[in-house]
Write a protein that binds this ligand. Structure first.
Ligand SMILES: [Mg+2]
Length: 225
């Protein structure tokens, strides 16, 4: 998991300056329960893409936080499409597929200019673990948030064509909020759930991104283009 964090950091640092313009969330919420049927109806949101750790559960928990499960069910009952987008490793990705069989869980691998997308949904894996392993062995990298096309591919897996009617929900500015802004969706930032369960390296990076967010505020409003 430290390797995951380091990879994320290595891919993110060169883009930090540009990302400073992409850290302002559309909404600040207390936790996942604020994304209620009333909220999505009022805001015209048709699709919700969830981050997992710190958003729907504590760090690497084996199941969704029981307090939040009814919230996802309530959204489903009013026809809101939902998907999962996490920067997790390979094993955790498969685990998420078992936890959320009804939601597409999306990831991507990049090799040079080429990208391969992978969707796990209802027990079906569009790529398969063996092919994914083979790609990684041949030098492909996992595409991680923040990434606009990755979020757009997630919307495509949901059959949603209008990013402005979609909401990315997460606990991190640099991964979740920035992905939403890069893809042109809306974004909801919540404080990390059960922060004490996160490894020290992640807590440090969370502190760093709060600092970067404050800097981005000092730089003035986000550019409009
Ligand atoms: Mg998270």
């Amino acid at each position: 998991m430290n390797g995951d964090w380091l990879t994320t950091a290595r891919q993110t640092l060169p883009r930090l300056l540009r990302l400073l313009d992409e850290l302002e969330p559309t909404y600040r919420i207390q936790d996942a329960r604020d994304v209620s049927p009333d909220f999505v109806a009022r805001e015209g949101i048709e699709a919700v893409v969830w981050d997992v750790d710190g958003t729907l559960m504590s760090y690497h928990a084996p199941a969704i936080e029981p307090l939040f499960a009814p919230c996802l069910e309530a959204l489903r009952s009013v026809g809101v499409r939902q998907a999962i987008l996490s920067n997790c490793g390979e094993a955790r990705f498969v685990e998420l597929g078992q936890m959320f069989p009804d939601f597409p869980i999306v990831r991507a691998y990049s090799m040079g200019e080429e990208r391969v997308y992978r969707v796990l949904h209802g027990g079906e894996d569009s790529l398969g673990s063996e092919k994914a392993k083979d790609l990684l062995a041949r030098g492909a990298r996992q595409v991680r948030k923040p990434d606009g096309p990755l979020l757009l591919a997630t919307l495509e897996a949901l059959g949603t064509t209008d990013p402005s009617a979609a909401l990315m929900v997460g606990d991190q500015f640099l991964t979740d909020v920035a992905s939403g802004n890069l893809a042109g969706t809306r974004s909801a930032k919540l404080p990390a759930w059960a922060k004490q369960t996160f490894p020290v390296t992640l807590r440090v990076s969370q502190g760093l991104e709060r600092f970067l967010y404050r800097i981005s505020r000092l730089r003035g409003p986000r550019r409009s283009s």
